[in-house]
Design a protein around this ligand. Structure first.
Ligand SMILES: CC(C)(COP(=O)(O)OP(=O)(O)OC[C@H]1O[C@@H](n2cnc3c(N)ncnc32)[C@H](O)[C@@H]1OP(=O)(O)O)[C@@H](O)C(=O)NCCC(=O)NCCS
Length: 153
């Protein structure tokens, strides 16, 4: 894949079903979709959005991001890149875009210690372990909590 074929963009409503399908296939559980906060009269400091990775008009991955009121971090709640587009820089591009457009000074993600590829990815991008949430996942595995500074100003 040449980098110019990869586009990272904000989601449109029709993209949510695609991201949900990617999430189900990977995690065997549902994605909590981005809430339509504008419609629900939500706090102005509350945003939920998907970043969509597209190659030749085909959606190949996503990252789900949530800014909740009074939290100094943006939460990265789901990231998936589908085969055969893995290992070609798509997740790295999604995370760089997420960090560059972040509205908070920090970004926080949870990751399974057993997820070697994701741990290496986050470590490579500059996320660092800040804690553990015991038994976080449905099968009882702990979550490693990682954070990075963003380019927030
Ligand atoms: C984790 C995931 C998002 C990575 O997506 P990707 O587009 O393949 O990642 P990239 O190509 O951008 O990789 C960037 C870096 O991450 C690390 N990495 C990614 N996949 C890896 C793998 N299979 N083994 C080891 N390191 C890996 C490497 O450091 C890589 O840099 P390099 O290729 O220069 O060595 C993808 O494998 C995926 O969707 N996995 C299933 C869902 C998941 O686990 N999501 C994360 C939940 S916390």
């Amino acid at each position: 894949m040449t980098p110019e074929r990869l586009i990272i963009r904000a989601h449109e409503p029709a993209d949510i079903a695609v991201a949900e399908a990617f999430h189900w296939a990977e995690f065997a559980e549902g994605l909590v979709p981005p809430a339509d906060i504008g419609q629900s009269g939500g706090h102005e400091d509350h945003r939920e959005y998907l970043l969509i990775a597209e190659i030749d008009s085909r959606i190949v991955g996503h990252a789900m991001l949530r800014d909740r009121p009074m939290r100094p971090w943006t939460s990265g709640d789901s990231m998936v890149v589908v085969e055969p587009y893995r290992r070609s820089g798509v997740a790295r591009a999604l995370l760089f875009q997420a960090i560059a457009s972040c509205h908070r000074p920090l970004m926080r993600i949870f990751v399974r210690p057993s997820n070697r590829s994701a741990n290496r990815l986050y470590d490579d991008i500059g996320f660092r372990k800040v804690g553990t949430r015991t038994g976080h996942y449905p099968d009882g595995e702990d979550a490693t909590i990682m954070m990075t500074r963003t380019f927030w100003r």
